[in-house]
Design a protein around this ligand. Structure first.
Ligand SMILES: Nc1ncnc2c1ncn2[C@@H]1O[C@H](COP(=O)(O)OP(=O)(O)OP(=O)(O)O)[C@@H](O)[C@H]1O
Length: 595
């Protein structure tokens, strides 16, 4: 299922096809040299968008994708090289492979499936890593694959040239391959999976907290991009007719990443622009590399001019346009307004009868510091419980444990009968607990609508996702901001979007970490009315962390008080106001002044 307007996609696909056809016709008229350049461009473009599918959407730069290109090249070549040639050049091949002689299309299909298999295995392993650790792991993949290819002589001819590959990648074949890859990448970007992955790139903790299973989404992108890389590798092999392990190593990795980084990693438009630019620059510099004359001065041969030129372009992009020349939006997203589907709004009440949240002995240690110490806690649907305490008393840490953002050092907690100890936060969101964050965690470069839609799509099986999204935005008074980039909103509006996003999960329990921070008195009062209506109309239970004691006193049915990680009091606002331990630890000498 797609999450963008059909009009944008139709324009995008139309433009891709027209541009590819136009370029092919022009190259056809210009002769064989231009055709060769265009074939290499198309095949490289497939690889660039392929890396973009994973790196652009997940935000994890991959140095290892060229491995899949190599696997595609060797696999499809082994399946297509004539049996006689294999008998002469690869005498130790297993019999079934030695006698196999396929056409290009079936060979590519099998090569892609084989690559997908390897990608599933490596993706599951790498999925455990985050950020730069994941990037370094992909570098390891490149080096290991290269080593395996060199070492597996009986099948690959080791470091020698693998030749005799049928040259079947014509201009038309390369063009069709590129169009397919571009359309797949474009559709993936605005698929449900693509949107969830882009949300996780913006903020992984928040994405998980609204129900996104980040590992699963990364794996999907990894496998899809690996298959596109294999397509590129296979087409390259069948264009060159001969290649070696060196053809799929650092140099090509550098070129492809340069195209992606310079153009813009997150969009298909950026991948195309970067590929065009780097191809043109490479062609120009290749001609100049051997030395040239400016008329009054002869410039001598400078070894590595092309690489230096490309590296300078990367540096320029990093300094001046860190999101790439084309930025973070597709061209059609800039030109064509997204119209939200007209759907009936949905109730935001929990689908299933909600259970109590019960927590016992919750403890969190950070090294020698015990931030939360054996805290018991209860939250029922339909009630509002305040959690207060001086700065650093452990409120946010407790909330993080109960929402799966942090794994407790000790203690157990459950919603209804479902034990939630040690489960990831997307699992907790799927079981009816939604939250907001003290330091706002929106998906800054996604629209307000997309921010909320991600949550709706990731919970309750994604049912009526647009209806829930529109209901949540309407309830928070944010419908008119739906198309704005979330990161551009004012502080107070961002907090409202965060609450709308949490509501779209149809939670039975809602944790709010300082929701009134950054709001003026009027806005805070409006927020109070809204929170009351959530408990009254929808039966949602709210856990409210805030330093605004007026808000807490007026709104909460019960209050729990933490001090230095320990629960020092629980009771109604009236009881808490009179509690001597609270007065001493938190309220100072007089409780009245805080009412
Ligand atoms: N990831 C962490 N690593 C180490 N120490 C941490 C971490 N998170 C919190 N702490 C420490 O745990 C203690 C409790 O912090 P926490 O943020 O939960 O308090 P809080 O009551 O929410 O404070 P505030 O009202 O200022 O938000 C503090 O001493 C804090 O420095």
């Amino acid at each position: 299922m797609l999450v963008t307007s059909g009009r944008q996609l139709i324009f995008s696909v139309f433009a891709i096809v027209v541009l590819a056809l136009l370029a092919s016709v022009v190259a056809w008229y210009m002769g064989p040299a231009s055709q060769r350049i265009l074939v290499v461009f198309f095949v490289s473009l497939i690889a660039v968008v392929a890396i973009g599918v994973y790196s652009g959407n997940s935000g994890i730069l991959s140095f290892g994708h060229v491995s899949f290109m190599a696997i595609g090249a060797y696999a499809s070549s082994l399946l297509t090289v004539p049996a006689m040639m294999k008998a002469a050049t690869l005498p130790k091949l297993p019999e079934w492979l030695a006698s196999t002689e396929m056409g290009l299309l079936p060979a590519i299909v099998i090569a892609l499936l084989f690559t997908a298999l390897i990608a599933v295995v490596t993706g599951v392993i790498f999925g455990k890593l985050e950020g730069s650790a994941a990037t370094i792991a992909t570098l390891g993949l490149l080096i290991i694959t290269h080593g395996v290819i060199i070492g597996w002589r009986d099948v690959t001819r080791g470091s020698g040239s693998f030749f005799g590959v049928p040259r079947e990648t014509t201009l038309v074949v390369a063009m069709v391959g590129a169009v397919v890859a571009l359309v797949v990448a474009r559709l993936y970007r605005d698929s449900i999976s693509g949107l969830k992955l882009r949300a996780s790139r913006e903020n992984a903790i928040a994405a998980s907290a609204v129900g996104v299973n980040i590992r699963r989404e990364r794996l999907i992108a990894w496998v899809l991009s690996a298959m596109l890389m294999a397509l590129s590798g296979a087409l390259m092999a069948h264009f060159l007719g001969a290649f070696s392990p060196k053809s799929f190593y650092f140099t090509v990795t550098f070129h492809l990443l340069a195209m992606l980084i310079v153009g813009g990693m997150t969009t298909v438009t950026g991948a195309i622009a970067g590929s065009v630019l780097i191809t043109i620059v490479t062609e120009i510099l290749r001609h100049l590399e051997g030395g040239f004359s400016l008329g009054f001065i002869d410039v001598p041969q400078i070894f590595g001019t092309t690489q230096i030129g490309i590296a300078l372009l990367i540096l320029f992009a990093m300094f001046k346009k860190s999101d790439g020349l084309l930025g973070l939006k597709e061209w059609e997203e800039r030109l064509i307004k997204f119209t939200h589907p007209a759907v009936s709004q949905q109730s935001l009440g929990a689908v299933e009868p909600a259970g109590f949240l019960t927590a016992q002995g919750m403890t969190m240690r950070f090294g020698g510091l015990t931030a939360v110490d054996k805290v018991d806690f209860l939250l029922k649907p339909g009630e509002i419980v305040g959690l207060i305490g001086p700065n650093g008393s452990g409120k946010t840490t407790l909330l993080n444990m109960l929402s799966g953002v942090l794994e407790a050092s000790e203690g157990t907690f459950k919603i209804g009968d479902i034990v939630l100890d040690g489960v990831p936060s997307h699992f907790i969101a799927e079981h009816g607990i939604a939250r907001t964050f003290q330091n706002i965690r929106l998906f800054g470069h996604l629209s307000v609508y997309q921010n909320v839609l991600v949550a709706a799509l990731s919970t309750n099986g994604g049912e009526h996702a647009h209806g829930r999204t529109q209901s949540a935005l309407a309830r928070m008074g944010m419908s008119q901001f739906a198309d704005m980039e979330a990161g551009t909103l004012s502080y107070g509006d961002q907090r409202r979007v965060e609450i709308a996003r949490a509501l779209a999960c149809q939670p039975s329990l809602l944790f709010l970490d300082e929701p009134a921070a950054g709001m003026n008195r009027e806005e805070t009062d409006a927020l109070m009315d809204m929170l009351r209506s959530l408990t009254k109309d929808l039966g949602i239970g709210i856990l409210l962390v805030d330093h605004d004691l007026k808000l807490i006193n007026q709104l909460c049915d019960r209050i729990s008080v933490l001090n230095e990680g320990k629960l020092i009091a629980q009771g109604t606002p009236a009881e808490i106001r009179k509690n001597p331990a609270v007065i001493e630890a938190y309220l100072g000498t007089s409780s009245e002044q805080h009412q």
